[in-house]
Design a protein around this ligand. Structure first.
Ligand SMILES: Nc1ccn([C@@H]2O[C@H](COP(=O)(O)OP(=O)(O)OP(=O)(O)O)[C@@H](O)[C@H]2O)c(=O)n1
Ligand SMILES: [Mg+2]
Length: 421
């Protein structure tokens, strides 16, 4: 049983833990946010007990001490298009079962009472055991965000053996075909994508959306990679979409929970979808061709600036990193500089990780060594160790100072490179 906080509410009111906290505890996963449902209380009861109302459309409150979310049991009816077009009904007569019925998946519709009993009217425990993501009722289709949530839960749970129930997938396909996914705001799409990228199997997010025929609406630039061949000598998986999946999963393995690395991994090869058919399966210039789709995707989703920047760098520079052993010290210096790696040292470490995910995100090559990552980090460290003060001490200023600093850094890279060979 998950311990419950003491109730501040009258004895006639019941408080239940619901949703992700119950699901994750039953799966043995680390606890996240806790969400509570309150049955038999009015808005006034909540305010009198010191809760603070936060929901504009929904009767949601924050606990005065813990800050955790408490929502009055409610029903919802679809009113208009999109994710927010609902009429909400909450009064002390709404039952726990009514509230659980409006929820997305059976594994999210299990409640725990204050004394530790599980209330499971829709077979969520059975579906947890069967490792099945299944909708609670046909009202599932009323919220298009649920297509993305299904895909995101698969990213989080696929490694535990979860699959999407066939009937649920059919509903997801209908929702995608209805065009309603286009009503989702960029913020919601990004939120679910970022959660998927922080999960153990981001590839399951892409595969689930593709199975629902939703990927071409949600991430058209990524969808376009499927069916594009690569040279089998370099890419035994051949299909570029498959490569993208493998790279995202490898990024999740190398940098668990890091959506910055994950997003750059997702974007690094978007240019391959734009290779002229006559040139396939070669992809000359895909680093340059990738810039436009990476920019378009990042702007549409309104990703954080840091995500866009790293994704663009990974897109442009990944081939340079792969062949770092062949680059002259001055070229390595300029690569680091293009990444702003002297002012933002973390960039280089991140780029090295994305490039390693790219190399090892190929069929059968997951365990192959990638010494280039260590090279890049070592050469960067050597260049960083050059002290500007020593150069300034020689009386140099302005462009002469810049020239001397660049030269000293190139020499440091050359020395470190010689030590690595
Ligand atoms: N579009 C949505 C959003 C939420 N819920 C319900 O509200 C609960 C809480 O939502 P949220 O915190 O977004 O998801 P969790 O399942 O708790 O997952 P997470 O671990 O990401 O918090 C869900 O479990 C689900 O019962 C839903 O049915 N439909
Ligand atoms: Mg939650």
């Amino acid at each position: 049983m998950i311990p419950m906080p003491p109730s501040l509410l009258p004895a006639s009111v019941q408080v239940y833990l619901v949703g992700g906290a119950v699901r994750d505890a039953l799966l043995g996963l680390p606890p996240g946010d806790r969400d509570f449902v309150v049955v038999g209380a009015s808005v006034q009861d909540m305010l009198s007990a010191g809760f603070r109302q936060v929901g504009r459309e929904f009767p949601v409150f924050l606990h005065p001490e813990t800050g955790e979310e408490y929502a009055l049991a409610r029903t919802e009816r679809k009113r208009g298009l999109g994710h927010t077009g609902f009429v909400v009904h909450a009064d002390p007569g709404v039952t726990l079962e009514d509230d659980l019925r409006r929820r997305d998946f059976t594994i999210n519709a299990i409640a725990q009472s204050a004394d530790g009993q599980l209330i499971d009217p829709f077979g969520g425990l059975h579906d947890l055991q069967a490792r099945r993501l299944r909708h609670v009722s046909d009202a599932f289709v009323e919220d298009p965000l649920r297509v993305l949530r299904a895909a995101r839960f698969m990213a989080q749970l696929a490694k535990l053996g979860f699959t999407v129930d066939a009937g649920t997938l059919t509903l997801m396909q209908q929702m995608a075909a209805s065009g309603e996914l286009t009503t989702l705001t960029p913020e919601r799409v990004w939120q679910e994508l970022a959660k998927a990228l922080r999960s153990p199997a981001p590839s399951a997010f892409l595969r689930t959306l593709r199975a629902a025929d939703a990927l071409r609406t949600v991430l058209p630039e990524v969808d376009a990679l499927y069916g594009i061949p690569q040279r089998p000598e370099y890419h035994p998986e051949v299909d570029t979409g498959r490569h993208c999946e493998l790279v995202c999963d490898m990024a999740a393995q190398l940098a668990p929970g890091d959506d910055l690395i994950g997003y750059a991994a997702l974007c690094h090869d978007l240019g391959k979808a734009l290779t002229p058919a006559a040139e396939l399966p070669r992809h000359l210039m895909h680093e340059q061709r990738g810039v436009a789709p990476v920019q378009a995707l990042s702007e549409r989703l309104k990703t954080p600036g840091e995500h866009r920047t790293l994704a663009l760098l990974a897109c442009r520079e990944h081939l340079n990193v792969h062949r770092i052993a062949e680059l002259r010290p001055a070229t390595v210096h300029d690569l680091i500089n293009r990444c702003d790696g002297f002012r933002k040292p973390a960039r280089i470490d991140q780029l090295a990780t994305v490039c390693e995910a790219d190399a090892r995100g190929r069929a059968g090559l997951a365990d192959s060594p990638y010494p280039q990552a260590q090279w890049l980090r070592r050469l960067h460290a050597a260049a960083l160790s050059v002290r500007g003060e020593t150069i300034a001490a020689h009386g140099l200023t302005g462009p002469a100072f810049g020239q001397a600093l660049r030269q000293a850094r190139i020499e440091a890279i050359a020395a470190a490179r010689a030590a690595l060979c």
